[in-house]
Every structure is written in C-alpha cells, then in structure tokens.
Design a protein around this ligand. Structure first.
Ligand code: FES
Ligand code: FES
Length: 171
C-alpha cells in the first residue's frame, strides 16, 4: 500500500505491506533507529513516538495508520545540531544507564510537557508509567523531566521579558 507520512518535518512516500508495524517502517524503511523495540507487545514503551502530537507505542500501530499523518521520533527532538532541553536534562541529571529505554522516555516526557508544562512528580510518574526502565529506578528520569520543565519555562519567559521591556520603553 502506498502511504505518505510526514516524519520529523520531512515527507516520505512509501510502499508498505499492510501488516507492517510503524516501528519497523521507521527503523527499517526510513533508517530512524533511535526508536527502539523492547518487547514488541505494548508493554515497555521503548518504541514510543508521537503521532499527530500524541504519544503512541509504535509496535502497536500499523504503518498504514500513519498515512497522511505527522510522526515525531527521538531524532526529531534535536534542532539544528542543538539537543532539546529535555535531552540535555537527561544528560545532566543522569537519567539513564544503559539507555535502551531512553528514546521512549524522552518521547513520553516530551508529550507530557507539551500538555502539562509544569508537572508535579506524581504527574511525571503517571506520564511515564507506560515506559519501563530496568536500570535507573526512575528517580533521575523524574528529576530530568522536572529540570526540563523549568528550563523550558525559563526559555519561554525570556522573550516575554523583552516584550515587556520594549513595551515599557515606548511608554
Ligand atoms: S516495543 Fe513497543 S511497547 Fe515495547
Ligand atoms: S536506562 Fe537502561 S532500561 Fe532504562
């Protein structure tokens, strides 16, 4: 079947078998191997990507279901060679050990911060509850997401300060 999918801002037209899973389309057809396969049974969350902005487990979605839609993978977080603040926070807070679960954690964390820019620890734990990590005990992952939330809040506060400053200077 022919599908047309926008992945990380780039449009791909592909011919896929109707039974092909989105995770294998991303990894094998597009070479986007940042999305990992852990369990293949919707349990671990390593394969999490965003589909039209919503976190989904791509081992449970058919590639044909992404036809005409927008997909973001972990490769899409970094912009112009700059890591996303969430990626930087995982690095700074040591939010990983083996790193296998990290792409899925990043995508679930990213989706959470999109809908809730200032999540509590409880909300973060709920937000990543579909993602299993076997080696960090989650504490540093939670800290990383909290840290990213404040980095993003600081970044979005800066332009408004400029607007306020330019507004007051024109008074
Ligand atoms: S590989 Fe998809 S949830 Fe584990
Ligand atoms: S860092 Fe190893 S499974 Fe999460």
């Amino acid at each position: 079947m022919k599908i047309r999918v926008r992945v990380n801002g780039q449009t791909y037209e592909s011919d896929v078998e109707p039974r092909k899973l989105l995770v294998y389309y991303l990894r094998d057809d597009l070479g986007l191997t940042g999305t990992h396969v852990g369990c293949d049974t919707t349990s671990c969350g390593a394969c999490t990507v965003l589909l039209d902005g919503k976190a989904v487990k791509s081992c449970t979605v058919l590639a044909v279901q992404a036809d005409g839609r927008d997909v973001t993978t972990v490769e899409g977080l970094e912009q112009d060679g700059e890591l996303h603040p969430l990626q930087t926070a995982f690095w700074e807070e040591h939010g990983l050990q083996c790193g296998y679960c990290t792409p899925g954690m990043l995508m679930s964390g990213y989706a959470l911060l999109q809908s809730n820019p200032d999540p509590s620890e409880e909300e973060i734990r709920k937000g990543i509850s579909g993602n299993l990590c076997r080696c960090t005990g989650y504490m540093n992952i939670v800290k990383a997401i909290r840290s990213a939330a404040s980095k993003l809040a600081d970044a979005s506060a800066e332009p408004s300060k400029e607007v306020a400053a330019s507004g007051s200077s024109s008074d």
